[in-house]
Design a binder for this molecule. Structure first.
Ligand SMILES: [Zn+2]
Length: 404
């Protein structure tokens, strides 16, 4: 009897001391892999399985383009095919679809299926190109009150005499049917040059008369500045947009050839501040949807600033609580827009804005390898974001026939 107890006692002691040892190493399985020092990262090909212990998978790991795990999460799903209220797409690029009666009719059918009542054609049209597009729009009984172009500004040859010509062209384009200016593209700031070869700064004083004319003519200026901040950073494995940057070389802005992200943001903010009577709409939420605190400070200090949500749904939908609060706080300053015209992608926007759904797929893997969540906006805010704010800042749009 005593012998049996003694043996059992010994094995219990052994077991306890092994458990304590394993605990020190980081729990079960902690003895495996390779130790690293505090503050070190695992070597390439290994992952941290316990604190400061790294291990490589037994099988060759898939590349990030092949790894597509199927989520096992089962939660209520509410897909939304049509917007709850008629929407204005402030960031439309119909381009070729304004070329003929047939193509504009197909655009109308797509917009109907999504409940987009009106599209702003932000294709920088001016002069003859604008007149041709307007002729096609006006000839279409179904679409003549549903597509409205913005006018383009030609930023070549900015120097003495440029502003007078640019203002006169803008006035002619407005008379031809344009309802605002834009989309001023990212080339403005990134790459457009002055005749002397220097980069045209966004806040260049030679441009002041055109912005003042926009205030006088009571039209919004829709402007896209820079690109996501990751595009300006090294393309390494800590870059959140590595896959996109590896796919598209033209999206890489190395510092030896381009101004920095913050340099461009500073020039842009100078522009907004310098012309407080001009209404600016920053496309893509000014590329600050990933930093709503920064965007909050801008909207608080620049009452002439509005933001548009195109192509940044991946940032809105990954912070549903913060985004919900932000949209409520700035409900009078946010405009719906989609950018790239892909009818099957709009319902993702409706779902993020209108539902409280959890953890659902985004439409473009290379933008975001994470999932989206609904931000559950109340009806009064949906109406403002979908159409009321766009109507308010664009008096040349048809102001009647909208839900109250
Ligand atoms: Zn655009």
């Amino acid at each position: 009897m005593r012998y049996v107890f003694a043996v059992a006692g010994l094995s219990l002691t052994l077991f306890l001391s092994r458990a304590a040892e394993a605990q020190q190493r980081g729990g079960r399985g902690g003895g495996r892999g390779t130790a690293i020092e505090a503050g070190e990262s695992c070597a390439a090909g290994q992952t941290e399985i316990r604190p400061r212990r790294c291990m490589a998978p037994e099988f060759p790991p898939p590349s990030i383009v092949d790894y597509r795990p199927h989520s096992t999460l089962i939660v209520p799903e509410h897909t939304v095919k049509r917007a709850k209220y008629p929407a204005i797409d402030f960031h439309g690029h119909p381009q070729g679809l304004l070329g003929s009666a047939e193509s504009i009719a197909s655009l109308g059918a797509s917009l109907d299926s999504l409940n987009v009542r009106l599209m702003i054609a932000a294709d920088n049209m001016s002069g003859e190109r604008l007149r041709q597009a307007m002729a096609v729009i006006k000839a279409s009984t179904a679409m003549k009150d549903r597509v409205f172009p913005l006018a383009g500004i030609n930023f070549r040859d900015v120097g003495p005499g440029w502003a007078e010509k640019a203002v006169a062209q803008l006035e002619a384009d407005l008379a031809a049917g344009a309802v605002g200016v834009g989309e001023i593209g990212k080339g403005f700031g990134l790459s457009t040059r002055k005749p002397d070869g220097s980069r045209l700064r966004i806040d260049d004083p030679e441009l002041d008369p055109i912005w003042e004319a926009c205030a006088r003519l009571d039209i919004p200026v829709f402007i896209h500045t820079a690109d996501p901040q990751e595009f300006f950073k090294p393309v390494d494995y800590t870059n959140e947009r590595w896959l996109e940057l590896a796919l598209f070389s033209e999206r890489r802005y190395p510092p030896d050839r381009f101004p920095s992200f913050d340099e461009l943001m500073t020039e842009r903010d100078n522009l907004f501040r310098k012309h407080p009577k001009t209404t600016f709409v920053a496309a893509h939420m000014g590329w600050h949807a990933n930093d709503l605190g920064r965007l909050t400070r801008m909207l608080e200090t620049m009452p002439n600033l509005y933001v548009e949500v195109g192509a940044v749904l991946y940032d809105i939908g990954r912070q549903p609580r913060a985004a919900h609060d932000f949209f409520l706080r700035f409900q009078d300053r946010i405009l719906f827009g989609k950018d790239s015209f892909q009818p099957e992608e709009y319902p993702y926007y409706w779902r993020v804005f209108e539902t409280a759904d959890d953890y659902f797929d985004y439409y473009r893997d290379y933008h975001a390898f994470w999932k989206l969540y609904g931000i559950d906006l109340p009806d009064s805010v949906l109406k403002k974001v979908y159409y009321q704010n766009a109507l308010k800042i664009t008096p040349r749009l048809p102001q009647t026939g909208w839900p109250r």
